[in-house]
Design a protein around this ligand. Structure first.
Ligand code: ADP
Ligand code: MG
Length: 323
C-alpha cells in the first residue's frame, strides 16, 4: 500500500519489546496490534489497555502496530482482470458474536447491502484511491492481480482508509451483494479471468436491499458444536425472497423403524447457516430474514438480533469497550 500510495493506517513493524514500546508510545491508544502471521482470525487486538497490547505483541513475535482508524467499517469487492476492475456494491458486516457489538470477533454474524447512508460515490472513490493504484503497482512488480480484491475500509473523517485486503470474496458480506446483482456474475468473472473486463458492461444492481443473518452453533467462536439436528430449513428456504445458504452443515444417516433411509441435517461447524432475504429496503429485507430465521432451530443456536437494525456507525470490530 505504501508503494502504491494507498491510504491506510500508519504502522510500525516490530520484533523486539523495545520497538513495540516505542510504537505504542508514538501512536497512542486505542492500540492496534496485529500478528504478522496467519492467526485464524485471532491475530488482531484492539485495546485501550497498554498491558494487553504489550502482552499480545509478546505472544506474537513479529507484529504490526497500527494507528487506530476511527469510522464506520465497510467492505468493497472489486473484480479485477489484472489491469483494471469493476467494483461491486458496498456492504457492511457485523463481526462481533453478541448484539451491540459485544463479545469476541467472529467470521461475521450478518451483513447488508446497499449502504444507503454512505456517500453515493464511495465505490468510485475507493476504485480511484485504492483499487486502481494497487493494480498498477502489481503490474509494475510483474505480478498482475486477477481475481477478487476484498477491500476492508474504515471511513474516517480524513477519507477512506484500508484496514485490510483479502484476495477472495468473503461471507457474509458478499451474500447480500450477490443477491442484488442482476447482471450475470459468470460473464463478469470469465471476462476478468481472460483479462478483458473492459469488454463487458459494469455490474448492475437491483433497487431494494438484502440482509443476511448468520446462525452459529453452540460454543462459537471459541469452538463449535457438531451433530446438533437442524429443523425448519425446508420451511424457511425459498419463502418470501429468502435463501438459506449452507456453511457448516452435514447430512447424517438416522435410520428409524419403518424408515431405514431416514437422514438428518446437522451442524458441522461454527457458522452453520446464513439466512438471506431480499426486500424493498433494508428494514423490509431484515424483517423477512428474521421471519425466516425464526423457523429454523437447533440446540445451542446463536444469532444476533440486531443485524442491519441500524448502520454500524462505529468500527464495531474495533470497539474497545469489550476487548
Ligand atoms: N488500524 C485499525 N484501526 C481500527 N480498527 C482496526 C484496525 N485494524 C484492524 N481493526 C479492527 O480489527 C478487525 C480485524 O482486523 P483485520 O485487519 O481485518 O484482520 P483479520 O485478518 O483478522 O480479519 C477489523 O475488522 C477492524 O474492526
Ligand atoms: Mg478482517
Amino acid at each position: 500500500m505504501a508503494a502504491a500510495g494507498v491510504p491506510t493506517a500508519r504502522s510500525f513493524t516490530c520484533t523486539t519489546a523495545e520497538e513495540v514500546a516505542a510504537a505504542l508510545d508514538e501512536l497512542g491508544a486505542p492500540y492496534v496490534v496485529k500478528d504478522d502471521a496467519l492467526a485464524a482470525g485471532k491475530g488482531v487486538v484492539v485495546t485501550n489497555d497498554r498491558a494487553e497490547a504489550v502482552d499480545h505483541a509478546a505472544a506474537c513475535g513479529r507484529v504490526v502496530i497500527e494507528e487506530f482508524l476511527d469510522g464506520p467499517e465497510v467492505s468493497l469487492f472489486a473484480v479485477c482482470d489484472g489491469r483494471t476492475a469493476y467494483p461491486l456494491q458496498p456492504a457492511q458486516d457485523f463481526k462481533r458474536i453478541f448484539d451491540g457489538g459485544l463479545g469476541p470477533n467472529t467470521g461475521g454474524m450478518g451483513s447488508y447491502s446497499p449502504l444507503t447512508w454512505a456517500p453515493a460515490d464511495l465505490a468510485d472513490v475507493v476504485m480511484e484511491q485504492v483499487v486502481q493504484p494497487t493494480l498498477d503497482e502489481m503490474v509494475r512488480r510483474g505480478a498482475p492481480f486477477v481475481g477478487c480484491l476484498y477491500v476492508g475500509l474504515a471511513l474516517t473523517d480524513a477519507g477512506p482508509r484500508v484496514i485490510e485486503f483479502n484476495c477472495r470474496f468473503g461471507d457474509p458480506d458478499i451474500q447480500p451483494v450477490l443477491a442484488m446483482l442482476t447482471s450475470p456474475l459468470g460473464t463478469l468473472l470469465h471476462a476478468a479471468a481472460q483479462g478483458r473486463i473492459d469488454e463487458v458492461p459494469a455490474p448492475v444492481f437491483a433497487d431494494g436491499a438484502a440482509v443476511t443473518v448468520v446462525l452459529a452453533s453452540a460454543g462459537y467462536p471459541e469452538s463449535s458444536s457438531k451433530g446438533d439436528v437442524i429443523r425448519g430449513v425446508g420451511n424457511a428456504n425459498g419463502v418470501n425472497d429468502v435463501d438459506v445458504i449452507h456453511a457448516g452443515t452435514a447430512i447424517i444417516a438416522a435410520p428409524e423403524p419403518g424408515d431405514p433411509d431416514h437422514r438428518h441435517l446437522v451442524t458441522a461447524g461454527g457458522r452453520v447457516l446464513a439466512v438471506r432475504a431480499v426486500g424493498y429496503d433494508v428494514a423490509d429485507a431484515r424483517a423477512r430474514a428474521y421471519a425466516a430465521a425464526d423457523l429454523i432451530t437447533f440446540d445451542g443456536l446463536q444469532r444476533r438480533t440486531d443485524i442491519a437494525a441500524e448502520p454500524l456507525g462505529v468500527v464495531e470490530g474495533a470497539s474497545v469497550k469489550d476487548s
